[in-house]
Design a protein around this ligand. Structure first.
Ligand SMILES: Nc1ncnc2c1ncn2[C@@H]1O[C@H](COP(=O)(O)OP(=O)(O)O)[C@@H](O)[C@H]1O
Ligand SMILES: O=c1ccn([C@@H]2O[C@H](COP(=O)(O)OP(=O)(O)O)[C@@H](O)[C@H]2O)c(=O)[nH]1
Length: 323
C-alpha cells in the first residue's frame, strides 16, 4: 500500500469516528483509492451499547442495496460493523506499513552491492585498507585527503559528497530526507550512507582491476551505529585519522568556504547545529576508536601544509613507508 493510500485510509477513519452518518461514510469512502472502495447501501449507527434496540436514525436509507453477503435480515435495526472494520483495517494497515517502512529504510539505493548473498564483511581487510577520516565540520578533512591521494594512491570517498550526489540523483527516494538532514546538521540514517559507501568502494575496486585497494572514508562514521554497521558489513577499519580543531577556527573556515561552496549547510545556523551534532554524536566515535588504540590525532589549526607534514609523519610512523 502506498503512503498516499495509508494517509487516505487514516483520514477516512478519522472522519468516520468524527461523524457517524451515512453521508459522511460515503464521502470518506470516495476518498479511498478505487481498489479499497466499497459501497454500503444501508447504514445503521453502530456505536451504541444495544445496537439492535437502537432507533435507526437512517432507516429511510433502505433504498440503498444491502452490501452484506451474510444475508440481510431485512431488519433495518440490524447493525453492520464491517464497513467500519474495513476502513479501520485499511487505515491501520497503511499506517503500520508506513511506520515499518520508515524504521527499516530499504538500505541500498543502487540495489547491487548489498544483495543478501554477499559475504560479510563485503571486503577483506587483508586486501582492502580503510582509514576513517574524522574531525569537526571545516577541520580540513577534505583538504588533507586530497594530499594523501596524491602521495599514497588512496581512493578518497567523502560520505558527505556521496550523500549530496544521492540527494541530487533524479528519482532518488532519499533526496528529500538527505536534504533535510544536511541542512539541519543531522545524520542521515546509516543504512543509506553505508550502502552508498559500499557501492562506491565496489565501483572503485572494479575500475582499478585489483582486489587490493586503500580507502580514505572522509567524514564517516559520525555515529556509533554507522561505525558498527560499516565494520560488520563492509570492511573493518585499520585506523582513524582525527583532525582536531577549535570551533572558532572551523567556523571561520566554513563561513569563508560558504562564499563559494554553494552548500546549503555552510551558513551560521546550520554550522551551529553541525557543531552540536559533532560534539554530541561524533566525538564519542573518536573516543571509542581512541580506546582501541586506532586514532592518529593531528592538530588541524595550522596552515594546510604544516598540517599535512604532521599527517604524513604520523601515518608513516604508525603504518610504515609501504603500508
Ligand atoms: N589548515 C587549514 N588552514 C586554513 N584553511 C584551511 C585548512 N584546511 C582547510 N582549509 C580551508 O577550510 C575550508 C574547509 O576545509 P575542508 O577541507 O573542506 O574541511 P572539511 O572537509 O573538514 O569540512 C576550505 O575552504 C579549505 O580550503
Ligand atoms: O556519514 C555521514 C556524513 C555526512 N552526513 C551529512 O552530511 C553533512 C555534511 O558532511 P560533510 O562531511 O560533507 O561536511 P563537513 O560537515 O565535515 O564539512 C553532515 O552535516 C551530515 O548532515 C551524514 O549524515 N552522514
Amino acid at each position: 500500500m502506498s503512503i498516499a493510500a495509508a494517509a487516505v485510509g487514516r483520514q477516512a477513519w478519522r472522519k468516520l469516528a468524527r461523524n457517524n452518518s451515512t453521508a459522511a461514510i460515503r464521502r470518506t469512502i470516495s476518498l479511498l483509492p478505487k481498489s479499497q472502495q466499497f459501497r454500503p447501501t444501508s447504514f445503521v449507527p453502530a456505536f451504541t451499547a444495544n445496537a439492535s434496540k437502537a432507533a435507526p436514525r437512517f432507516s429511510q436509507s433502505q433504498q440503498y442495496r444491502s452490501y452484506s453477503s451474510g444475508g440481510s435480515s431485512g431488519d433495518g435495526t440490524k447493525v453492520k460493523f464491517w464497513p467500519f472494520v474495513l476502513v479501520l483495517a485499511a487505515g491501520t494497515g497503511g499506517w503500520v506499513l508506513l511506520i515499518n517502512r520508515q524504521k527499516n529504510m530499504p538500505p541500498n539505493p543502487k540495489q547491487t552491492a548489498s544483495s543478501s548473498a554477499k559475504p560479510t564483511p563485503a571486503f577483506s581487510p587483508s586486501e582492502v585498507t580503510v582509514l576513517f577520516v574524522l574531525g569537526g565540520p571545516g577541520a580540513g578533512k577534505g583538504t588533507q585527503c586530497a594530499n594523501l591521494v596524491n602521495d599514497f594512491s588512496f581512493h578518497h570517498l567523502s560520505a558527505g559528497d556521496l550523500l549530496r550526489a544521492e540527494q541530487d540523483r533524479p528519482g532518488s527516494q532519499y533526496g528529500q530526507l538527505i536534504q533535510d538532514c544536511i541542512k539541519n546538521g543531522a545524520i542521515v540514517p546509516m543504512e543509506v550512507t553505508v550502502a552508498l559507501l559500499e557501492n562506491a568502494m565496489a565501483d572503485a575496486i572494479a575500475k582499478s582491476g585489483s582486489k587490493k585497494a586503500r580507502f580514505l572514508i572522509d567524514g564517516f562514521p559520525r555515529k556509533m551505529d554507522q561505525a558498527f554497521q560499516f565494520e560488520k558489513v563492509v570492511c573493518p577499519a585499520k585506523l582513524v585519522l582525527f583532525f582536531d580543531c577549535p570551533e572558532q577556527v572551523m567556523e571561520g573556515r566554513l563561513l569563508e568556504r560558504g562564499k563559494t561552496s554553494g552548500r546549503a549547510d555552510d551558513n551560521a545556523e546550520s554550522i551551529r547545529k553541525r557543531f552540536r551534532t559533532f560534539v554530541e554524536t561524533s566525538m564519542p566515535v573518536v573516543e571509542y576508536y581512541d580506546k582501541e588504540g586506532k586514532v592518529i590525532k593531528v592538530d588541524a589549526t595550522p596552515g594546510p601544509k604544516e598540517v599535512y607534514e604532521d599527517v604524513k609523519r604520523k601515518l608513516v610512523g604508525k603504518l610504515g613507508e609501504n603500508f
